[in-house]
Design a protein around this ligand. Sequence first.
Ligand code: NAD
Ligand code: WQD
Length: 354
Amino acid sequence: MQDTNMQQGNILVTGGAGYIGSHTALALLEAGYEVVVLDNLINASKESLVRVEQITGRSLTFIEGDVRDRACLDQLFSEHAIHAVIHFAGLKAVGESVEQPLAYYDANVNGSVTLCQAMEQAGVFRLVFSSSATVYGPDAPVPYQETMPRGRTSNPYGASKSIVEQVLEDVVKSDERWSVALLRYFNPIGAHPSGQLGEDPQGIPNNLMPYIAQVAVGRRDALTVFGNDYATADGTCVRDYLHVMDLAEGHVGAVGHLNQPGVHVYNLGTGQGLSVLEMVKAFERVSERPIPYQFAPRREGDLAAFWADPHKAQQELGWQARRNLDDMMIDTWRWQRQNPHGYRTDNSDTPLGM
Ligand code: NAD
Ligand code: WQD
């Protein structure tokens, strides 16, 4: 999968076969970068990368490996001249992190530390890290602004993101060659407009949008809405949903700005909050399919409402979310309709990589 066209340099994308990583790999190729993906395929399929190559008409380099494997990283850096790293690799299921905290701290914290050690040895000091709005904690006033302190986190997943942010701040303080962007994502949804790339959760989806899409396509009977007694307009939780292609383009923008040393923190969101029921209605309108739902008690750990103040990314990166709610719904539905079982061809819910 090698490509000889070297316009903008090689970007290492860890976790690049996953949901956000594959869309970002595509956006990087379209922007003229070379892409090297490192992924252990624990929550992804190589098929996503085959499709990235088909859509872009460009090739990328795929290395099956683990970010905790120092020897693998050293070999990768010795064989490829890496300009910058975008670090998506990690585990992301909040509930699972409560049951398996060691697995989460190992993948997310140890993985990030090992990656930074290998980068330092290879003399690569530009890093974009996938952080999360969860680091603001439950007590921050909305909209969240980057100047607010990190809050207390209520689960090991969120804690792992806060810890890695802290680690990266300390690393940057220790050596002025580092330039690190901490991108705090809000709620990414949607899919590439081709319908060929999208979110493909294993088993029962934890997140709202894939659950709705699987109800629409007949894989699930009905959505369970967790809580209708929140202090919001319709009683359901409010989140800042953004299109995954906007998020992907935010990474391209951040890589292009890794010239100044230091830590640069950006919210990537739309600045608009939408409730669970508003999302259901929007999906029904676009898909022309009913989404049956029932109310259930609140899900532990959910906050009533939060959204981003996205102005800093707009001012400093020139980035803002361009796609609207209909785009998010239309693209989610196209992906789910064309790929009812995601990247699997056997119509099963068998975990990927098994
Ligand atoms: P994803 O699970 O689709 O992608 C993560 C990828 O990393 C997968 O391809 C997986 O196989 C790979 N991976 C996991 N552990 C690895 C390891 N030790 N070594 C190599 N590869 C490994 O998840 P995503 O939604 O694309 O999220 C990407 C990143 O963004 C994650 O760090 C996640 O925590 C963060 N994030 C996601 C969201 C969201 O809502 N999706 C929100 C905020 C932050
Ligand atoms: C959105 C709303 C649910 C499923 C999570 C992580 C966060 C970040 C993004 C990585 C909530 C409701 C959901 C369902 C429902 N990930 N819901 N029925 O919880 O805002 O954020 O993903 O960093 O850290 O916590 O997203 O999509 O799970 O939920 O009613 O079957 O939909 O209660 O109000 P969330 P979500």
